[in-house]
Design a protein around this ligand. Structure first.
Ligand code: SF4
Length: 230
């Protein structure tokens, strides 16, 4: 199915209940939490956010229970967001270092961020069928990004969802494999693979801030260099 505008697509996203398991989970996760007893949760799917006419797309995994499922915006209000947004700022891709709530003034520069799966999954582990259910939304966003020349995937599930989408769009992804720092070309579009900035990856040292920023800078430089070509 195709949608004529991003607004129309986003209306469909927010109303989506295609995955029974996730639609049920997003409604009830953390509902007995004392920490959030006075907080009204979003509890709906998340749309992408940022500059749809930008040149860079960033794809994450899914909302966090206390992050996007609470605040209603992708990568907002949790530990992964703290790490990611401060690194994006360092690489020149956001206007500020923090992402705490929908009205905090965060803007993405020349970039748009979205998710492989738009509803919070139990234990952050969506099923393959759920990634596929959500894939049509990603395909549509890819089509809406008319200036796209660079894609950054954060983690294996984001990578897999991109590969599903590209195959559907007729792009040859034969031999592609996720790995931190891996790079591929999807026709002329550069695809950069980076570990997901989850607390587990950060706290265990699997990713460091320096390496993460270095990879983001590589993607940004690629995007700028493509833009300079006649
Ligand atoms: S994960 Fe995607 S396809 Fe599944 S219910 Fe949420 S928005 Fe719909």
């Amino acid at each position: 199915m195709e949608w004529d505008s991003l607004n129309e697509l986003n209306e469909r996203v927010v109303a989506c209940k295609s995955c029974e398991r996730l639609a049920e989970f997003r409604e009830h996760v953390l509902e007995n939490s004392k920490k959030y007893s006075d907080v009204k949760f979003w509890r709906k799917p998340l749309t992408g956010y940022g500059d749809i006419s930008g040149r860079i797309m960033i794809i994450g995994l899914a909302p966090a229970a206390s992050g996007g499922n609470r605040t209603g915006r992708v990568f907002t209000g949790d530990k992964s967001s703290d790490f990611l947004i401060s690194c994006l700022k360092n690489a020149g891709l956001t206007n500020q270092e923090t992402s705490t709530s929908k009205d905090d003034g965060l803007q993405y520069i020349d970039s748009y961020i979205t998710l492989a799966v738009r509803c919070v999954p139990p234990e952050n582990k969506p099923e393959r069928s759920e990634v596929l259910n959500c894939n049509g939304f990603l395909i549509q966003e890819l089509k809406f990004m008319k200036n796209l020349n660079t894609i950054i995937v954060l983690g294996k599930i984001a990578f897999d969802s991109l590969v599903y989408a590209l195959k559907e769009m007729g792009v040859n992804t034969k031999g592609w494999k996720f790995g931190n720092g891996n790079f591929y070309l999807a026709n002329e579009i550069g695809v950069f693979c980076i570990f997901h900035p989850s607390p587990r990856n950060v706290n265990t040292g699997r990713i460091t801030r320096e390496k993460f920023i270095e990879l983001l800078n590589g993607a940004r430089e690629f995007s700028l260099s493509k833009s300079l070509k006649p």
